[in-house]
Design a protein around this ligand. Structure first.
Ligand SMILES: [Zn+2]
Length: 350
């Protein structure tokens, strides 16, 4: 089933593309109740992957945008284990500009960040964004682990909960967690990222976009997501502070919406993790942002029904748009990092 979904008919692909575009176009814009006690799977909601963009949808969308947008360049930085192209979207107006990298779907079952990235890329094609793009260089990797996202892997996905044409899994086709491969760099996906992006461009900031489980709380309410700066001992206090400023832009823009509820992520200190490894090896200021709820998993408390898609995509878009603006206009340099001192660490019983 997983393989056939990759080679399905053009007609089916076109139908799925239409759905994907609708998804990226239909953003949550309201100020509904805080997500704190938002929808929950609990076995009675639809978890369906057919509304998510497939790899083919993403590739087609990017090629279409590349044809439409003068400022955008589309590069293939390598191939996945199964031979899918890994796409890098580039807006490089001036080598003297600060450069920010957005990375989505290191884990293939964390897909709404990808949908948000497609929306953000499309919006950068608006004439109103031209002046913004003169002052910042932007790199996007929308679907890093395309094999995992398509469930085209060399191990069984029995018991995964989502319905639809495919399952999505955290691991790459070799059952390796790519976000633990940033030191050894043994997988083709990780090698492509390091050789053709991190060593090829002078990246100042990076946001690594993920999804986490659904049950984490802060102050009694379920969080909409959680954030963290590099916690490896191998980075300077100055780089940690710069990373905290990146987190400040995200936190304050999401928090003021009324529906965002952000906690501190409880993350490890190993350099094998992208957030730490990119900071330690290249001096990049990094932020991890974990959105609530995964697209598919075998463990029910990790997956989230579609009712939450709108605000979770919106949260990711807001994260990218706010940080692009703050880096472009330099306001990130004045971002207040004091909130980190009191930001509660999320937990399932908090
Ligand atoms: Zn993840």
């Amino acid at each position: 089933m997983r393989r056939s979904s990759f080679t399905r008919s053009a007609r089916t692909t076109t139908a799925a593309l239409t759905g994907a575009l609708l998804l990226t176009g239909a953003l949550f814009t309201g100020t509904a109740a805080a997500v704190g006690e938002g929808p929950d799977y609990r076995g009675n909601e639809t978890i369906n992957t057919s509304i998510l963009s497939t790899y083919d949808d993403v590739a087609r969308f990017l090629k279409d945008q590349d044809a439409k947008q003068d400022a955008m360049e589309l590069e293939v930085i390598g191939q996945t284990v199964k031979g899918r192209d890994i796409h890098l979207v580039k807006y490089l107006s001036n080598p003297d500009n600060p450069t920010i990298l957005y990375l989505a779907q290191q884990h293939g079952n964390e897909q709404l960040t990808t949908e948000a990235m497609l929306h953000t890329i499309k919006s950068l094609g608006s004439p109103s964004k031209a002046s913004l793009l003169k002052n910042v260089n932007i790199l996007f990797i929308p679907m890093f682990n395309a094999d995992g996202a398509m469930g085209d892997v060399n191990f069984p996905l029995d018991g995964y909960l989502a319905k639809g044409e495919r399952h999505l899994t955290r691991y790459n086709a070799n059952e390796v967690d790519l976000n633990r491969d940033h030191v050894a760099k043994e997988q083709p996906e990780t090698q492509a990222l390091h050789e053709n992006v991190l060593r090829a461009y002078d990246v100042d900031y990076a946001i690594d976009l993920h999804h986490q489980g659904t049950q984490s709380r802060v102050n009694g309410d379920l969080v909409s997501g959680s954030i963290l700066y590099p916690t490896t001992p191998d980075v300077s206090p100055e780089l940690v502070e710069k990373s905290k400023r990146l987190g400040s832009v995200v936190y304050h823009n999401v928090d003021r919406t009324g529906w965002g509820h952000i906690g501190r992520y409880d993350g490890g200190s190993a350099n094998t993790i992208g957030r730490n490894g990119m900071a330690a090896e290249y001096g990049i200021a990094t932020l991890l942002f974990e959105m609530r709820g995964m697209s598919d998993h075998e463990y029910a408390p990790y997956v989230l029904g579609q009712k939450s898609n709108g605000y979770l995509i919106r949260q990711s878009v807001l994260t990218m748009e706010a940080t692009i603006k703050a880096v472009a206009d330099g306001s990130i340099d004045q971002a207040d990092t004091s909130f980190w001192d009191t930001l509660p660490q999320q937990c399932n019983t908090c």
